[in-house]
Design a protein around this ligand. Structure first.
Ligand code: NAP
Length: 523
């Protein structure tokens, strides 16, 4: 019988009622488990988190909250092997891709655990120093950042069931705000197994961390002014959440991480065969194939100087030819299936859309030759590279994110100004990469594209051996960007805590403020 997953809310495991949604093995198309949130009292779940989890977390110092995160990281790491298997089964990850997700989760929790340790005995943040406000030097003002009294509702996408949960939860818990996390139902088995580890390990205070498996139901109707929503997923859902009548009426804080048509630019100075060239080719091909291209940060647009297009195309084809698509449990396979049948349909339609302006030069949006897969089952698409001849006229490649192993090669005239103009047609990207050893080119490209991007990755010969690539979010660095990708901001070390805290300006007598703020720590 198919396993029925239970949500963990109000300090207990609760099975939903009604019709359950299936969680499918995307390699074989068979159901592994099912989940439903029907019948779960969302209002009560939110209230429990606020009333039990909130006070428990706020009573702790940053160091104590950090210790919770360290314990969560260890509890997940202890089950790493079993969790990898779940990632292979339910998310269609190769073992390497599953490790990327799970190790990303533990590393982010550990990083925020260390930040908590560094912040030490403080319970809230001091934001800047004292400001003199009148002729009397003792009448001063100071800003503090205190944890909100509500609940952080985290709604996540299907592609990172471990890391997506952990990167949001780490920041909220460290800030002192309880979390209800709702992973995308299709790949939630991994998040469910992680919660089993956390609950059995008694890692968090009761109410600090809850899990909803299945649809969001009427959750948004019960949010209050002290709650926040951090969402990752498609722009359409992001807009629906931001525009939800209760969210609008109560001005609930919402952070959105959505679609992004990320770019990589090869500088005109970069010669074929050099370290920077090889780094560019390696990182572009890795971004296209890792997690079958289902990464919000994956490179979708590849910009090369017009006179280098043929060489870049053949270098990328050489590199992509080394990838093999198929059953992710097979050790030779480097590209697993897409997570769901709906994604497969979406990506095929996306490739057709790109074809209006671009032509395929490697792969054609089909399954290709599969390793370890018999018949027509599973949700496969082989890596597909397209090419356009005029990037200025190919609007669709700048506007449409195809969330799979698909990218488009686009020429620019060799100047940083033209590259930046084309990159910015993406209208807001999570990350853009510049590969060059020419400082003037890098400077012009960087300041041209920075206003439209949350992060810029600069690849050069001197860092070629140390670069994790643009697709890896580091907890120290911001994740998010203006425009198309939702206008959100997450992570960025201490910056991430801003979303979960209220910045309050406090004015009064200087010695009094000093006494009131003994539990504050410089942030
Ligand atoms: P999605 O369909 O928008 O779903 C995302 C989440 O929203 C899921 O948990 C989903 O729950 C939930 N949801 C759907 N409708 C909702 C509603 N009316 N109210 C509340 N929650 C609702 O997106 P996806 O297919 O999982 O993810 C793919 C997209 O995510 C891609 O376009 C990609 O660009 C984007 N993405 C962005 C980032 C980033 O950091 N910027 C990262 C990863 C992915 P159910 O699964 O239960 O329906």
């Amino acid at each position: 019988m198919t396993e029925r997953l239970r949500s963990y809310v109000m300090g207990e495991w609760i099975e939903g009622a009604g019709s359950h949604r299936p969680l499918v093995d995307p390699t074989r198309g068979v159901a592994l488990a099912e989940a439903s949130t029907e019948g779960i009292d969302m209002k009560a779940a939110l209230a429990f988190a606020r009333e039990r989890g909130g006070p428990a977390l706020r009573a702790m110092t940053f160091a104590e909250r950090g210790a919770l995160l360290a314990a969560a990281s260890s509890a997940i790491h202890e089950r790493r092997e079993a969790l990898i298997e779940v990632g292979v089964q339910n998310a269609g990850n190769t073992r390497k891709d599953a490790k990327f997700d799970i190790d990303g989760a533990t590393a982010t929790l550990s990083w925020y655990a260390r930040l908590g340790e560094k912040l030490g005995q403080g319970r809230f943040l001091l934001d800047g120093g004292e400001e003199r406000l009148s002729r009397n030097p003792r009448y001063v003002g100071r800003h503090i950042r205190v944890p909100l009294r509500g609940c952080a509702l985290h709604i996540n996408a299907f592609n990172f069931p471990a890391w997506g949960f952990a990167e949001k939860a780490a920041v909220a818990i460290l800030a002192g705000v309880p979390v209800i996390t709702k992973p995308a139902t299709s790949t939630a088995l991994l998040t469910a197994r992680i919660f089993e580890a956390l609950v059995e390990g008694g890692v968090m205070p009761v109410g600090a961390l809850s899990l909803l498996l299945g649809g969001a139901g009427d959750l948004l109707d019960h949010l209050t002014t002290q709650d926040v929503v951090a969402f990752t997923g498609s722009s359409d859902t992001g807009r629906a959440i931001k525009g939800h009548p209760n969210v609008v009426a109560r001005n609930v804080r919402v952070n959105i991480e959505a679609d992004s048509v990320n770019a990589a630019v090869l500088g005109a100075d970069v010669e074929p065969g050099g370290d920077t060239w090889d780094l560019f080719v390696r990182e572009v091909a890795n971004d296209m194939t890792q997690k079958a291209g289902q990464k919000c940060t994956a490179i979708r647009r590849i910009f090369a100087p017009a006179d280098r297009m043929d060489e870049v195309q053949s270098a990328l084809i050489d590199e992509l030819s080394g990838a093999s698509t198929g059953d992710p449990s097979h050790r030779d396979v480097t590209v697993g299936p897409l997570a769901t049948g709906a994604q497969l349909k979406d990506i095929r339609a996306g490739v057709d859309r790109l074809r209006a302006a671009a032509r395929p030069v490697f792969g054609d949006g089909g399954r290709g030759e599969l390793v370890g897969v018999e018949g027509e089952g599973g949700f496969f698409i082989a890596p597909t590279l397209l090419r356009v001849d005029d990037g200025h006229a190919a609007e669709v490649v700048h506007a449409h994110e195809v969330f799979g192993p698909v990218a488009t090669l686009i020429p620019y005239d060799g100047t940083a100004a033209d590259a930046a103009e084309l990159v910015c047609k993406g209208d807001g990207g999570l990350v853009a990469s510049i590969y060059s050893d020419d400082r003037d080119f890098v400077a012009e490209a960087l300041f041209g594209i920075a206003p439209y991007h949350g992060r810029v990755h600069i690849g050069s010969a001197k860092i070629a051996d140390h670069s994790p690539g643009p697709g890896t979010d580091k907890p120290q660095m911001l994740h998010g960007c203006p425009g198309r990708a939702g206008g959100g901001e997450e992570l960025g070390g201490l910056r991430g805590l801003s979303f979960y805290t209220q910045r309050t300006a406090v004015q009064g007598l200087s010695p009094l403020l000093e006494k009131l703020f003994v539990d504050g720590v410089e942030g």
